[in-house]
Design a protein around this ligand. Structure first.
Ligand code: KDG
Length: 325
């Protein structure tokens, strides 16, 4: 974990925001106290990869404000390379709120205040091709291309740079409906990223939007036939499936007390990606990934409970035989 060379194995591109997480469950109008956290899909993965002992770097724009400084220091403190982060004096750092346990007990939802944020100004200028020279994977999600036209262009350029340098594209479909004008727009914009993905993370809700497919097995086959090398299909509390052309494995979810579901998918993706880069088998990588997602739902905040390899081994020892049948 300590003492890496400074060169990122995994590069994340996206928006990190201040998350204000409701201390008590219920509708936000009745919540008095909020807890401050650093969060955002691709940044969660960058921190996750570091906790797993590999190097990571993050590309974004932050507002030149108190929240921007907080997020910059947070990432730096986690050992994420911040050399590609710019402070934008023309726009604020994005924030969002998490409402927990209402209207669906055990589920959280997000309310954004991010339109016009500094990260939405991300553009091709922010992507330095040299930065990809020694990296092994670019992690991107369906959130960044939705932020603005210029962020979409930056996403495309990052994929091109990654491909030029032989980096794998790790893509999580992460369709966030409030960020899109329509489901059709999301599908049309994101399918080209899916087609270029080496490792794809997705779930049923996103797959219905992308492929119009409601059956998990058929969806996995479709993604593999598009050229995706590994598909990781998230099944929520039930666990996840990982599939490549010749292999398919499932890891079941674990029964725990759920505090906040936001960020679990990123813990799963970051852990799976790191384990795959370490050369672990599909089965071992997925088992660790589901365990990491499970740990994250037991606390507020997306990043605090991201585990190390040792934490995962301890978790699995304690939970052996305690998965949801
Ligand atoms: O995956 C968790 C993220 O969705 C959350 O942290 C907020 O990045 C976020 C987003 O854009 O929805």
């Amino acid at each position: 974990m300590i003492g890496w060379s400074g060169l990122p194995d995994v590069i994340g591109l996206g928006e990190i925001m201040v998350q204000f997480n409701a201390v008590t469950p219920g509708p936000l109008r009745h919540v008095t106290y909020f807890e401050k956290h650093a969060a955002g899909a691709e940044a969660n993965v960058a921190v996750c990869v570091r906790r797993q002992g590999l190097g990571s770097g993050f590309i974004t724009r932050l507002g030149a404000d108190e929240f921007g400084i907080y997020l910059y220091n947070w990432l730096r403190g986690e050992g994420v390379d911040v050399s590609q982060i710019k402070f934008d004096t023309t726009a604020p750092t994005g924030i969002y709120f998490v409402q927990r346990g209402f209207p669906v007990p055990g589920k959280s939802s997000v309310i954004y205040y991010r339109r016009g944020s500094a990260a939405s100004k991300l553009s091709e200028e922010d992507i330095n091709p040299e930065y990809f020279a020694n990296a092994r994977a670019l992690h991107l999600t369906g959130i960044t291309p939705a932020l603005s036209d210029s962020a979409l262009k930056a996403s495309k350029k990052a994929v091109e740079c990654a491909k030029n340098h032989g980096c794998k594209l790790s893509f999580d479909t992460n369709i966030r409906p409030p960020l899109w004008r329509s489901a059709e727009e999301a599908a049309k914009t994101l399918l080209p990223f899916v087609e270029q993905a080496d490792i794809l993370f997705t779930d049923l809700a996103d797959t219905i939007i992308l492929l119009g497919e409601k059956e998990v097995d058929k969806a996995i086959e479709s993604y593999l036939s598009m050229g995706v090398e590994i598909v990781v299909f998230k099944l929520g509390a039930k666990g996840a499936i990982a599939a490549s052309k010749g292999e398919r494995v499932m890891a079941r979810g674990y029964q725990v007390t759920v505090v906040d579901t936001i960020g679990a998918g990123d813990a799963l993706a970051g852990t799976f990606l790191a384990c795959t880069l370490k050369g672990f088998s599909l089965e071992r990588s997925l088992k660790f990934a589901v365990a990491a997602g499970t740990l994250v739902v037991t606390v507020r905040g997306d990043q605090e409970n991201l585990p190390t390899q040792h934490d995962l081994e301890t978790f699995l020892k304690a939970f052996e035989g305690n998965d949801i049948g």
